[in-house]
Design a protein around this ligand. Structure first.
Ligand code: NCD
Length: 333
């Protein structure tokens, strides 16, 4: 199966993927599902087509592939036939003809994953497309919250189908240009979390109010919401490389002065409040550099959670884990 956007997964499948990721995170490489998968996938490759830069996503997909005994067929786009003018469709058809277990794709075009799926005989896994979707980042963030945040927050018991019930998350940053934000907005409320969005109008245009989440124009407003301050502040990178705002520098200055997270910001919250960021961080812009080694930061846990989450996604994409039953950690036959 393809994983193009989270909207293609129903609530049962989302929960199954989250549970598989957290199970793999706790059982590491000894999970019996991995042993079965390694036998089935041995001697096969998995293609990594990164038309855009990446550190965390690519490194964690490669590590996940290694855990599944898959050879990472990592095409260097700058020296590939793309540089000779080969079309995207032909590149996908060519790689698919080599019969990889899946094709992992990152691309600046928001529709690239859907276009690739229409040309590929191998499953397509979206590793970030344009400003539209980054489903595996949202899933690994949810797995990080389940594994590392909920045990520290002492929230009231949640409905098992809504594991993030009672959890409040404020997302701050360049929301308009963020594919991570779009995937988080789709996933976290479906798991029961209450979201609020924070940013100056340049980063969070008024139209975002239509989504129905509270909107704050400053981080202080978000923190002083009566009786309901967020438990997690999720910061997003200022993305100058994407389609530019008319007045990017002014929007960035407005963001830094009103919506960035400083140590004092965090100190105003409950002592167990946490910060997250998908990386790469612009220290001193989204987050105070003083927070780099703060124990309230889950950023490196997010990086580490990339591996079991992407392993879970590869298992689902290759048909080795069934997301339609709650007992998804059993191998399919
Ligand atoms: C994000 C991305 O590339 O979409 N990073 C990531 O995958 N860890 C976010 C970003 O680049 O700001």
């Amino acid at each position: 199966m393809n994983l193009l956007t989270l909207s293609q997964l129903n609530p049962t499948q989302r929960l199954a993927l989250l549970r598989l990721a957290t199970t793999l995170a706790s059982s590491a490489t000894s999970n019996p599902l991995l042993t079965t998968a390694r036998k089935r996938l041995a001697h096969r490759s998995i293609a990594l087509l990164f038309f855009e830069n990446s550190t965390r996503t690519r490194a964690s997909f490669e590590t996940a592939a290694a855990q599944l005994a898959l050879h990472p067929l990592a095409l260097d786009i700058s020296t590939s036939s793309t540089a000779k003018g080969e079309s995207f469709a032909d590149t996908i058809r060519t790689i698919a003809a080599l019969d990889p277990a899946a094709i992992i794709l990152r691309h600046a075009d928001a529709n690239a994953a859907h276009i690739a799926a229409s040309h590929s005989t191998a499953p397509i896994i979206n590793a970030g497309t344009g400003t539209k979707a980054h489903p595996t980042q949202a899933l690994l963030d949810a797995a990080t919250i389940a594994t590392h945040a909920l045990p520290r927050l002492n929230l009231p018991a949640a409905d098992p189908d809504q594991p993030f019930q009672h959890l409040r998350i404020a997302i701050t940053g360049d929301i308009a240009r963020s594919r991570v934000a779009r995937s988080l907005i789709r996933l976290l409320p479906s798991l029961g979390a209450e979201l609020s969005l924070v940013g100056p109008p340049g980063f969070l245009p008024d139209r975002f109010a239509l989504l129905g989440f509270p909107i704050h124009r400053s981080i202080n407003d978000a923190l002083t919401t009566p009786d309901s301050p967020p438990h997690i502040l999720y910061a997003l990178r200022v993305q100058h490389e994407r389609a530019s705002h008319a007045d990017d520098n002014a929007a960035t200055d407005a963001f830094i002065s009103t919506c960035a997270i400083r140590r004092e910001t965090l100190d105003k919250l409950a002592p167990n409040a946490l910060i997250m960021h998908p990386g790469p961080v612009n220290w001193g812009v989204e987050l105070d550099a003083a927070l780099a080694n703060d124990t309230r930061s889950l950023i490196l846990h997010q990086v580490a959670m990339g591996v079991p989450t992407r392993t879970a996604v590869i298992l689902a994409a290759t048909g080795l884990a069934d997301l339609n039953t709650q007992s998804q950690s059993r191998p399919t036959t």
